[in-house]
Unconditional design. Sequence first.
Length: 515
Amino acid sequence: MSIPGIEWTAGWRAFAELDEHEWIARVEPWVAALRAVDAAALAREARLPLGEVVASPFGLRAVALGVQAGSTSVDRETRTLIDGPGTENTADDEHGVWAAGRLHVGKYQAFMADAPFATYDPAHVAKWGPHELMHRAAGFFWRADASRFEHYLGARLNELLPVALWYGPDQVLRLRDDEEGFVRSRAEREAAVEDAAWWAGDFDALRSTLRWLRVGFEHVAGELAVIDQEIASGRLVPSPRHRGGAVLDASSDAAAYVVGHHERLGEPAVAAVLAEVPEGVCFDTITAYRAHVEQVWDALLFGPIVLDDVAARREARVQWDHDLRAAMGATDDAIVGDGHTGFDLGQLHDGVLSVAPVSADLAEARDPDWLDDFTESGAFRARAPLGERLRRFWAERDPLLADLVHFEHLLATATGGARHHLEGDGDTLVRNDAFALHAFDHDVVALHAGVDPGGPARVLVGRIDDDVSVIPLEPAVADLWRRLADTDLPTADVDAAIGPDWLATLRDTQALPPR
């Protein structure tokens, strides 16, 4: 497979000097040619959802670069977590702990520049796939006797292109209604193929989004200039930049990486593994690595990316991965459970129990192999909370169990507000935003209690402080709750509509506090 690129041979710095009209003249025919690529095959190689691969033209190229290097994505949830060698300063007692269907991974355990594979974490937004594989395409710096300062420079260089891609080229023609660039507060969790207008042949947004390519050029040029200044001076140079509603400082991020990994990188067992990583992936001088990073930036933009001998390079990375995990103290079972060639179903099962324990027991009784089927389903690979992915999986197989999973997910993830102080009767009742009404096709409250479920149920779920309330509602009470979405009501009117017992229940649980 060959992935076409922009036809240009003079390098990115010369391309950056062209005006917008010249850019469009070169970018538009390239994007049109890119639509002929077998993106589904590329997505399978990368082990990413198709929508994530085709979300943007440059994002697709980043995925291809990672695959070309022999990398792919490994599953966070089925990859046995290991601590590895480190210091007390980087230990995290919550590392590997599941809470409400989310697996906590320590800050310093979550990412290693010297890891051979990208990590697929369903808790991340859809831009992470290309970002992670760009890290693998960028390679890394390592030398057995490297100083902390060299490791700092290597970490900063490793992060440069993935960040530039994220806020720059990946925003060109990215999805529909995404022309304003990356905004953290509204980043899409999942990328739908149908939202990739360019993939359907609609290039109308090219002119309005091409400015993000210039943002990428400016970011790379600015960061390389600062890194060159650091190399010359031997001192750290902060470079805070406003991106996506946040302030990024590559210097502080790289310094934090050294805190978390310098000791690990010097461990004899780890060093023995990294010493065998081929040249062109691992670089032993900062000068060589800096030059490589700039070459990879060119490779992202220009010329074909040819995917040949991918299987052989990937097999070499599997061995690298297993050796590195062994060097970091992984047991044989943990090495096998790498989230790629083998899966730690016990770890995933712990996650299921953290969000839907009753559902897990019922699923086991129905089909002892259900968890294997789940990991092979499209629902498992979605970027969504574990409870939601389990609901999607069971919706196609057992709607009753899907309802129960959804109910348990709501209980586990309910968020709410502080308790109101009830003083007097209150003349007006308001709907508490900490509560939400949910409709189910089955009586999930009964099913959760081990009782045969009846027909449809309307359930109010809310959380106040640490207390979760579950209130099955009669139709008249559910109707009243919906009315309160648009207006507050006098207490007397609520009493007349649903009666004093229901009024007391909704007030005591603080679903309807007085105002």
